[in-house]
Design a protein around this ligand. Structure first.
Ligand code: ZN
Length: 273
């Protein structure tokens, strides 16, 4: 009896002595304070370890990649698999949600909608934008520009990409065309470019057609990076498998996207100082 009481006491003390882990799963919580040379902003990585293996591979590499960008504490990266664990106020501390092959669970959809409608930032990779008839989330489809998943190439393979815009902050220092490492590309219907609110920045070159050995895409408009002017968002179709971070051009694109989305923060551009 004595021993179990002591154990209980130790457990209680340990629990009380530690700060709560909170909704983030990397168990860190720090304030941004760039005026004093501290972190300029906070980014939240949303991922899903129950996704298919190739998506989880990308997610874990992306978490390591974005954590590496924080060296010197330029910014803070937190990660979570459960957006629903956040209050609205907690979420608003983040300048951007980086969705790695993950979208908010059904119960967290209203929270995410309010976050985005109030000026929140979103960078979506690959399956983060996947939606079909079963998704039943009209707001999200509108947010993406109206497109639902149409088809994909299979197996994942490299492809020639071409810039649609050369003067945009996300593409300004990229080559006019480059070969992206092997990935699964999604084609959408209706084509996002048809929506006047959508600005396409990078597309799959028609020179790739037909693309795929099992599942073949024979043609059609094929944007792979775009933004919806009504939101602080950018979608990047790449993000399948373990080759995405093997290419410097693509890494540059990812960093540019992060810098651009964060620079548009309604609270002010944290890179200005
Ligand atoms: Zn995929």
């Amino acid at each position: 009896m004595k021993r179990s009481l002591l154990f209980l006491l130790i457990l209680t003390l340990t629990a009380c002595g530690r700060p709560s882990a909170g909704p983030v799963d990397n168990n860190t919580y720090r304030e941004t304070n760039y005026a004093k040379g501290g972190p300029r902003f906070k980014a939240l990585l949303l991922y899903d370890d129950t996704a298919e293996e190739a998506h989880v591979q990308f997610d874990h590499q992306a978490i390591a990649f974005f954590r590496k960008q924080t060296v010197g504490e330029g910014f803070i990266v937190d990660s979570t698999q459960n957006l629903g664990a956040f209050t609205e106020e907690q979420l608003e501390e983040y300048s951007v949600i980086i969705a790695l092959n993950a979208s908010p669970s059904r119960d967290a959809r209203p929270l995410f909608e309010r976050y985005m409608e109030n000026g929140g930032g979103w960078i979506g990779f690959h399956a983060a934008a996947y939606n079909d008839i079963r998704t039943e989330w009209p707001w999200f489809v509108k947010f993406l520009g109206g497109g639902v998943f149409k088809c994909n190439n299979w197996p994942p393979q490299p492809a020639l990409l071409e810039l649609d815009r050369r003067d945009h902050p996300v593409t300004r220092n990229l080559p006019d065309s480059f070969v992206a490492p092997a990935t699964e590309f999604y084609q959408w219907t209706p084509e996002p470019r048809e929506n006047p609110d959508i600005e396409v920045l990078v597309s799959l070159s028609p020179r790739n057609y037909p693309i795929g050995l099992k599942d073949i895409v024979y043609g059609g408009d094929f944007p792979v990076v775009w933004t919806n002017r009504n939101y602080r968002m950018i979608y990047i179709n790449m993000g399948h498998g373990d080759e995405q971070f093997s290419d410097a051009t693509e890494q540059l694109l990812f960093i540019n996207a992060l810098q651009w989305i964060v620079s548009l923060d309604p609270a002010g551009n944290p890179f200005d100082k």
